[in-house]
Design a protein around this ligand. Structure first.
Ligand code: HPA
Length: 279
């Protein structure tokens, strides 16, 4: 069980070494490199942060990079932790708690996802309207951390309405055909079966993936506003008569990197200049 003191210790160390931030961006699979445009970047490897997992399946533990973008303090999370790697929910969401204590008020969370909605295609970007949690897990299970938020947090507006409106407006200006939909969280690491995808479609899902929802829940718990964007990398299992593999997921991520970068930059440009408030 991770308590406030552990989170505060990690946050102090990270803030001391790379500075505070107002806005955070979590990069999904295939979307790496977004951090390269930060001005005056400073970074810290997860391995140097107390309490952070030291290695992941891929061998790249990842890092936090902080810098300035559009005149704002932005923290980029390159590499995230997934429950399929064997980490408990506390570890998976520790970076979001740390962000909160670093001053983050707005989180842009991104991922690679499979299209359940047949009108989508690989290379699309989808604005997450809401989520369905089919993982059977919840990162807030256990003793509530009252300093972050309430025992029973509201999820009516998990993805902030104002931020979604801004995202849609900016997508239109950039001529990006931004799709909208419901993201369904599955545990992985197996891709889904065609039967599971049919079930997800019946339940109202438009895309499936193995991340994002735990971070969204923990961010909302502590009052961080969340915007979610999925990079649609493949048609979900059974839509096409062919298997799914991780390589195609990464390759499709490459395809959307530039529109993704432009869209996220434009959204960040519209966010208010905020003051860092100590927690
Ligand atoms: N299923 C689950 N996660 C994913 C997929 C998928 O089809 N594509 C990218 N991440």
């Amino acid at each position: 069980m991770i308590d406030y003191k552990d989170i505060k210790r990690a946050a102090n160390l990270v803030t001391h070494s790379i500075g505070p931030a107002d806005i955070a961006v979590i990069l999904g699979s295939g979307l790496g490199g977004y951090e390269e445009q930060l001005i005056d970047p400073a970074e810290i490897d997860y391995g140097e942060i107390p309490g952070f997992p030291t290695s992941t399946v891929s061998g790249h533990a990842g890092k936090f990079i902080a810098g300035t973008l559009k005149g704002k303090r932005v923290l980029v999370m390159s590499g995230r932790f997934h429950s399929y790697e064997g980490y408990g929910m506390g570890k998976v969401t520790l970076p979001v708690r740390v962000m909160r204590l670093m001053g983050v008020k707005t989180l842009i969370v991104t991922n690679a996802a499979g299209a359940v909605n047949m009108d989508f295609k690989p290379g699309d970007l989808m604005l997450i309207e809401d989520y369905i949690n089919l993982s059977g897990r919840n990162p807030l299970r256990g003793k509530n951390l009252d300093r972050f938020g309430p025992r029973f947090p509201d999820m009516t507006y998990a993805y902030d309405r104002e931020l979604r409106k801004i995202a849609q407006e900016e997508a239109e200006k950039l001529n990006i055909d931004l799709k909208h939909g419901i993201y369904c969280w599955m545990n992985g690491p197996t891709f889904e079966t065609p039967a599971e995808i049919r079930m997800a479609r019946t339940l109202g899902a438009d895309a499936v993936g193995m991340s994002t929802v735990p971070e969204t829940i923990v961010a909302r718990h502590s009052g961080i506003r969340v915007l979610g964007i999925s990079s649609i990398t493949n048609m979900a299992a059974g839509v096409l008569d062919q298997p799914i593999n991780h390589e195609e997921v990464l390759a499709a991520g490459e395809m959307v990197k530039e529109p993704f970068r432009q869209l996220v930059n434009a959204i960040i440009g519209r966010l208010p200049d905020e003051e860092i408030v100590e927690m």
